[in-house]
Design a protein around this ligand. Structure first.
Ligand code: HEC
Length: 139
């Protein structure tokens, strides 16, 4: 009986340790991402992610931002120039590719966006970006 309790306790400590070890990472990524955002995205998508009506779509609660990671990473790497409907509004404008940004910078900026402007979605890692970048250059 004692042994089981000890095991459960140890597992609890392990899980809590793991969570608190990952949180500072997430916070640091979001902080770095905000700087990337202010440099490369703010001009079009605005500081609160609200965008510019009919010109630049918002980044709050859109299917791109909170949805599939691969699709979201592809927008930043390859840009976007097709007609899209975002939150009920049609956009037919051009976003240039941002493939000059490092994997870490793209991971940080998207993690920032996915945890700002009312969004709550899982972080993006440099490995995620690396994979998408590799799949895009193969074509
Ligand atoms: C020159 C202006 C401009 C810059 C700079 C820019 N975007 Fe965009 N972005 C756009 C436009 C315009 C679209 C929509 C393109 C279309 O109509 O097909 C778009 C679309 C998007 C979308 C998909 C649609 C949505 O609203 O969910 C995401 C996500 C996005 N941009 C993120 C970013 C991020 C992150 C950065 C910075 C690394 C960035 N953009 C920089 C103009 C810009």
């Amino acid at each position: 009986m004692m042994k089981i309790k000890m095991t459960v306790l140890l597992i609890c400590f392990f899980v809590i340790g793991l969570i608190s070890w990952q949180q500072p990472d997430l916070k640091a990524s979001i902080e770095r991402g905000q700087k990337v955002y202010e440099t490369y995205c703010l001009g079009c998508h605005q500081s609160d992610g609200s965008g510019v009506p009919r010109l630049n779509p918002p980044l709050s609660k859109t299917t791109y931002v909170t949805g599939d990671k691969k699709k979201l990473i592809t927008v930043v790497l390859a840009g976007l120039d097709t007609e899209i409907e975002i939150n009920g509004e049609v956009y037919n404008n051009v976003m240039a590719p941002h493939d000059f940004l490092k994997d870490q910078e793209i991971a940080d900026v998207l993690t920032y966006v996915r945890n700002s402007f009312g969004n709550k979605a899982a972080a993006i890692t440099p490995a995620d970006v690396k994979n998408v970048r590799a799949s895009l250059t193969k074509k």
